[in-house]
Design a protein around this ligand. Structure first.
Ligand SMILES: [Zn+2]
Length: 128
């Protein structure tokens, strides 16, 4: 799995900049456990001029991170690359590697995901 730092460092600067304009609102969170260990599950609402999105983040005690956003950019650039290492789940895409959009399969995240992860980091709920 990937950490927040690995995701942030793999995300294009333009997406990081666009994340500054995303308004995010924590919706709910709870504790859970799965094969990767115990985690805290966060549900966020993210909104900007492009519309409203839902972001889900699971932060494991090992600091590994699972993330999903329902926007098209996440679907076409991030979902498969993250899911290959257990840091997301294929739900929206066709599961094919993003040969053109992310040929190196970098663990990049969309602007909504970055805004959410940065918020979690600022609230010290995830460490960089
Ligand atoms: Zn998104």
């Amino acid at each position: 799995m990937f950490t927040f730092r690995m995701m942030y460092n793999s995300t294009p600067v333009k997406i990081i900049e666009n994340s500054f304009r995303v308004n995010i609102k924590p919706f709910n969170h709870f504790l859970g456990e799965d094969n990767n260990g115990s985690y805290t599950y966060f549900n966020y609402h993210a909104r900007d001029l492009d519309g409203a999105r839902k972001v889900i983040v699971k932060v494991y005690s090992t600091n590994h991170t699972w993330i999903h956003c329902d926007c098209p950019w996440f679907r076409y650039n991030c979902e498969v690359a993250l899911a290959m290492r257990g840091s997301s789940t294929i739900t929206k895409s066709n599961g094919q590697p993003p040969k053109i959009r992310n040929p190196l399969m970098k663990p990049m995240v969309c602007k909504h995901g970055i805004a959410t992860l940065v918020d979690l980091s600022m609230r010290q709920l995830i460490s960089i």
